[in-house]
Every structure is written in C-alpha cells, then in structure tokens.
Design a protein around this ligand. Structure first.
Ligand code: ADP
Ligand SMILES: Cc1cn([C@H]2C[C@H](O)[C@@H](COP(=O)(O)O)O2)c(=O)[nH]c1=O
Ligand code: ZN
Length: 289
C-alpha cells in the first residue's frame, strides 16, 4: 500500500483504508535452536528468546558459568534489506525506483517514498521521472525527520521505504542502518554516485558496504549514443549542488566526457563572439540612434 504524502491538493486516504494497518506485526521470536550465538545453559531451557533491538552491538548472554559472557541483544524484527540504484543523470534511476515500489505495493507490502526537498524540478511532493511518470512522496530536508513526519505507528508498520535523490541526504548512512538493521525495513535507494566532476556525491557511496545489492545504470551518450556513465554540466557554474535537468546536464560516455567539455567550451566561445559582433553591429547601426 502506498502512503500518500500530506498534500494540500490531494486527499490522503485514511489509514483505516489500508488493510495492512489491521495487521499487527507480531514481535518476532527466534526459536533458541536457530539462534547462532546463545550457548549458555540458562538460555538453552528457554523455548523462545525474546529479541530486543540492538542498543550498541553490545553482546551479553546470561550464563550459569561464574565468568559472565557478554549479553547478546539482537533486533526483534525480521532483518531488513538495502538496495542501491546509482548511475548518471537520465540513466533510469527514478524509473527503476518507481517500478520497484509499485511492485512491492502490488504485492501488498506497505510502502512510502522520500525525496530531497531540494529537488524542485518537476513536482515538489512527487518523485517524477524525466519521462513524466510519477508517484506521491514525502519531500523532506533530511531523513531523520521522516519517522516523526509520517507518525511512529505508521512508520512501525511500513515494510518498504524508497529514497530518491539520495545524494542530497547527509544523514543517509545512519538512516539506512537503523531502518534496515534495527527496524527490519527494505530500503531502496536511488541517487547519483558521482557529481559533474565524477567525484563521490553526498553519502551514496558510503552505503555500498551496507547494501544487499548495488545496480549501476547507464544512459545514452548525447554525442555518440553509446552507453553513458557520467554526467556533463553544460553551464559554467562550479558548485556541486545545482538543481537542473537537460537544460544544465547531459549524459556522456568516457570519450565525450572530455571531448564534450571541449565542444561545449568551443560552442560557448563561438556564441560569445557572435553576441559581441551582434552588439557592436547594433551599436554602429543608424537604427540604434
Ligand atoms: N540521453 C539519455 N539517455 C537515456 N535516457 C534519456 C536520455 N535523455 C532523456 N532520457 C529519458 O530519461 C528517462 C530516465 O529518466 P529517470 O528515470 O528520471 O532517470 P534518472 O532518475 O536516472 O535521472 C529515460 O527513460 C529516457 O526516456
Ligand atoms: C551531476 C549533478 C547533478 N546535480 C543535480 C541535478 C538534478 O537536480 C539532480 C539529479 O537528478 P536525476 O536526474 O534524478 O539524477 O542532481 C547536482 O546538483 N550536481 C551535479 O554535479
Ligand atoms: Zn559518447
């Protein structure tokens, strides 16, 4: 089930409309025999081990032996997942995220999508692909505010969380850790791996070691039509974060990442010289007096 964001113009379906809300997620118990770490006699007698969320990966187990072994605390929820989708602009990252979220929702799982509120290109409260496909989302300045914004009860019952424009979230690593490791969520992350200078962008590459799967998508080079792995910026701005679409960026192959920059620079020089000639012509023209 898809949780619509709280949009002024759209009705947000009442939570009771979502059958999944009638389903309580039972606290998950792990039969002792399947629990990999507990060896102490005091635990062997317990048929079920009530598992509590990890506090700080501290391990402690009550034992009958005189030397107390560290106490093990493990998450009480099924283990989550993290799937990362990266690539240059126009590679189909948002399209892939949207399709995966739709598929999870069609399978009856409760889903929600978050994107950075810095992305104002198309619609603020939707993720929108360059083809115009879209889904409602929560447009937020950071990920840590999500649980409070959506409501703790609703968050606890979410199965899948999609994140788009992940390069803009500074708290991406911590959020993914907690959501997947502690809260048992399936987190699907879409974002740029590199900026226009091919440098690591935001924290996207930091979560690769946390991931169950990593998919790097490619676009088509705007110069030669071959696979594009990088994003070229057409304008002269040099700040890392610059929101824009095909007006500012183009996907390119390795060859045209370098040649393309030379072509764009040459075009810029030609255009500037033409505008200078035009201006000087207009100034000299009798019509200009
Ligand atoms: N040069 C290009 N190469 C590939 N797709 C492109 C290109 N220019 C525009 N597109 C369109 O962009 C769509 C991908 O949009 P989207 O999923 O939003 O990409 P991303 O999120 O990776 O920027 C493609 O399906 C295609 O129709
Ligand atoms: C390369 C690059 C991109 N951005 C911005 C431009 C867009 O608003 C997003 C990426 O959008 P996508 O099509 O969904 O991938 O990021 C930027 O700020 N800096 C860059 O170097
Ligand atoms: Zn090329």
């Amino acid at each position: 089930m898809l949780f619509m964001c709280k949009m002024n113009s759209l009705f947000v379906p009442a939570l009771s409309n979502f059958p999944s809300f009638s389903k309580q997620i039972p606290p998950s118990y792990l039969p002792f025999s399947e629990y990999p770490f507990c060896t102490s006699s005091s635990l062997k007698n317990s048929h079920f081990l009530h598992l509590k969320p990890l506090s700080s990966f501290a391990c402690s187990m009550s034992t009958s032996s005189k030397v107390s072994a560290p106490r093990m605390e493990v998450s009480r929820l099924p283990s989550g997942e993290i799937h990362v989708i990266i690539g240059p602009m126009f590679a189909g990252k948002t399209t892939a995220l949207l399709r995966r979220i739709q598929s999870e929702s069609n399978n009856g799982r409760s889903v929600a999508i978050i994107k950075s509120n810095k992305d104002t290109r198309y619609e603020l409260d939707s993720i929108v692909t360059h083809d115009g496909a879209k889904l409602s989302c929560w447009a937020l300045p950071d990920l840590s505010s999500f649980r409070e914004k959506i409501g703790v009860d609703v968050y606890d019952k979410l199965d899948v969380i999609g994140i788009d424009e992940a390069q803009f979230f500074e708290d991406l690593y911590g959020f993914c850790c907690k959501a997947a490791d502690h809260d048992g969520k399936t987190v699907i992350v879409a974002g740029l791996d590199g900026d226009y200078m091919r440098r690591s962008f935001g924290s996207v590459l930091d979560i690769i070691p946390l991931a169950d799967s990593v998919t790097k998508l490619t676009a088509r080079c705007e110069f030669c039509g071959k696979r594009a792995f990088f994003t070229l910026r057409k304008t002269e701005q040099t700040q890392t974060e610059l929101i824009g679409g095909p007006d500012v960026y183009m996907p390119v192959c390795r060859l045209h990442y370098f040649n393309g920059q030379a072509v764009i620079e040459a075009a810029r020089i030609v255009l500037e010289s033409q505008s200078i000639k035009r201006d000087s012509y207009l100034e000299a023209s009798p019509l200009s007096n």
